[in-house]
Design a protein around this ligand. Structure first.
Ligand code: PLP
Length: 369
């Protein structure tokens, strides 16, 4: 008889680190016995879900005995119209996270390399690792700015994918359109995954969401999500836009019913909810400026953001400050996971949440005032 612990897992599992999500509100409430807990840790929409999406879900509940549409036809058509591409250029997935896994499964052989700017979103590494591929991390420049030359230098014959997250999570910085064009001009037979999860928050003139490069016929897949500005992270829905060939390859590894009915219906409604998107964008700008002003008042260095979160350097007591915030009911992300032990990443919240966060942080930093 074999003991279950003798059954060998694939070797590549040894290098996979468990994902560390922002703690859920209920857990912190229960652990610390707090009434009021606010989450500023996962870059969710503080205004709530798109009301149109909620209504659409409510109206569809009676049909849940049916399997979802395996082609997500209505939703893909809506996305295609919104972005001015053909429906065949769109793939929908169970969150953009699933798309990263599917891209990895479709393109990475064991021993292939991916290039990832560092620090960035951990799912890229995860996708590579499950395929036994190798992650090459390329640090950002000073101020977490993209360095295209360093990315180009990291390319080898084994490089299959380059990830560009813009605005980048966790830094909030972005790659300028011109720099993106320069990168693409130098590449041969390498897929670029352009992660625009926060693109709707960026309004800088030289920002690109990657779509124009897809339109040019470049080997780029623009990755998008409904979890951030659209506010429906809970139903899990993301999508990708690329050439028909690239999408066809990825569809080969997709499970038929990867996007559930409620997600399809919610996203189809959310994409038309310009009112909610505009309100979310404006609230984010206002909250951002409030937080900037107060970080300056507190003498804290922060990285200017094009997204809905801010990376702020709270100093050598970073971990303690993170813990003290938590003890007072404010969940943020501690930067140690990204090799930034002096930083925290805070999601821009509602006016009330931002004020509570700043008041609490002020108290922690200046206990006598
Ligand atoms: C949140 C996020 C995603 C997508 O998340 P899903 O909820 O899986 O759609 C993708 N990339 C980055 C950088 C993100 O922060």
């Amino acid at each position: 008889m074999t003991n279950s612990s003798n059954i060998k897992t694939r070797k590549t599992l040894d290098v996979i680190q468990p994902y560390s999500p922002g703690k859920p509100i209920w857990e912190v409430q229960k652990e610390l016995g707090l009434d009021r807990v606010i989450k500023m840790a996962s870059n969710e929409n503080p205004l709530g879900p798109s009301p149109k999406a909620v209504k659409a879900i409510q109206e569809s509940l009676a049909d849940l005995n049916r399997y979802p549409d395996a082609d997500a036809s209505v939703l893909r058509q809506a996305i295609a119209e919104q972005y001015g591409v053909a429906k065949q250029q769109v793939i929908t997935t169970n969150g953009a996270d699933e798309l990263i896994t599917l891209i990895s499964e479709a393109f990475l052989e064991q021993g292939d390399e991916i290039i990832v700017p560092s620090p960035s979103f951990s799912e890229y590494d995860f996708g590579a690792h499950i395929m036994g591929a190798v992650v090459k991390q390329v640090p950002f420049n000073e101020g977490f700015q993209y360095n295209v030359d360093k990315l180009l230098e990291a390319i080898t014959e084994k490089t299959k994918i380059i990830y560009i997250c813009s605005p980048n999570n966790p830094t909030g910085t972005y790659i300028a359109k011109k720099e993106m064009a320069r990168l693409l001009a130098e590449l041969k037979d390498i897929l670029v995954v352009f992660d625009g999860a926060y693109s709707q928050f960026a309004d800088e003139e030289d920002y690109t969401d990657g779509l124009e490069f897809v339109a040019e016929g470049q080997p780029v897949i623009a990755l998008q999500t409904f979890s951030k500005i659209y506010g429906i992270a809970g139903v899990r829905i993301g999508f990708g836009i690329a050439s028909e060939e690239i999408i066809k390859s990825i569809l080969k590894v997709k499970e038929p019913f990867n996007v559930n009915t409620l997600a399809q219906i919610a996203a189809s409604a959310a994409i038309t909810d310009t009112e909610h998107v505009t309100a979310s964008f404006n609230a984010n700008k206002k909250g951002r400026n409030f937080l900037y002003k107060n970080f300056e008042r507190l003498g804290l260095h922060y990285t200017e953001t094009t997204a809905n979160f801010i990376l702020v350097q709270v100093g050598p007591n970073g971990e303690d400050i993170y813990q003290q915030l938590m003890a007072k009911g404010i969940i943020v992300r501690y930067g140690k996971t990204w090799g930034l032990p002096e930083h925290i990443r805070v999601t821009i919240g509602t006016d009330e949440e931002n004020e509570f966060f700043i008041d609490t942080l002020t108290e922690i930093l200046n206990p006598l005032k």
